[in-house]
Write a protein that binds this ligand. Structure first.
Ligand SMILES: O=C[C@H](O)COP(=O)(O)O
Length: 259
């Protein structure tokens, strides 16, 4: 995938901190076997392992460049006195092409990352030639039931606008719409809700970034079957637990590929 071009459809999996090093190796090895040449897919497939496994994951993915390696976060500076932080420059150097930013698990305590902090990281990722995958989403489900999608739009709009204002020109950006209340649940948010929110967010983006390469994915307890209900309004899925089983991940990728 050229760094300036996003596939129309994307399916990615965030391993979060669920996997140890040997299980990360086994998982990625199994994925490479599924999608290695001569198999060809047009869907962009990406995997976000933990930092310590990125270099070895990059080696494992060497022969399957259609699978995109990404990181789960980064610092906003390329180098300096930032003990324990991870440089976006180094992520690029070890083979990352995507960096996830502003995940709900980073926006909440104890990290409390703000839109401003996330915007500086977006700039750093773009500066280093990688693609930011920015997670957005409203916190509360109960209020949604009384207020419709208006609350979701009000919470997500500044999250999106701060990113769009941080970058100049037609750079690729991926947004993952993840209602916070749907992360780590048994079922994803309803298709009606997701499609309504994402349509409004697309309208918002198009007023500001007409030419930008922007994709909007859904995340939050997505699993096999979820795509069928969302495919008319979304550009793909951002998966967690239910794709930590290789067979489930393959099923989701095939569902997206065949739609
Ligand atoms: O990063 C992925 C999302 O937070 C979704 O995770 P989940 O599918 O385990 O809810």
């Amino acid at each position: 995938m050229p760094s300036s071009t996003l596939p129309d459809r994307l399916v990615g999996v965030n391993l979060k901190m669920y996997f140890d090093a040997p299980s990360t190796t086994s998982y990625i090895t199994a994925i490479t076997k599924l999608f290695a040449p001569p198999a060809s897919i047009s869907t962009g497939v990406f995997i976000l392992p933990s930092y310590p496994c990125l270099a070895s994951a990059s080696d494992l993915l060497d022969m399957t460049p259609q699978i995109i390696l990404g990181a789960q976060n980064c610092h906003s500076e390329d180098s300096g006195a930032h003990t324990s932080e991870v440089s976006p420059l180094m992520l690029k150097q070890v083979g990352c092409r995507i960096v996830c930013l502003g995940h709900a698990e980073r926006r909440r305590a104890p990290f409390n990352e703000t839109d401003e902090v996330i915007a500086t990281k977006v700039k750093a990722v773009v500066r280093n030639g990688m693609i930011p995958l920015v997670c957005i989403g409203e916190k509360s489900q109960s209020r949604i039931m009384s207020e419709g999608v208006g609350l979701a739009i009000r919470e997500c709009s500044p999250q999106i606008l701060s990113v769009l204002r941080a970058v100049q020109g037609d750079v690729p950006i991926i947004f993952a719409y993840e209602p916070v209340w749907a992360i780590g649940a048994q079922e994803p948010a309803s298709a009606d809700h997701v499609l309504a929110v994402v349509q409004d967010l697309k309208d918002l983006v198009s007023t500001l970034h007409e030419r930008a390469e922007i994709r909007i994915l859904y995340g939050g307890s997505a699993k096999p079957g979820t795509w069928r209900t969302l495919k008319q309004g979304l550009d793909g899925l951002f998966l967690g637990r239910f794709a930590h089983d290789v067979g489930n991940f393959e099923r989701v990728v095939r569902e997206v590929e065949e739609s």
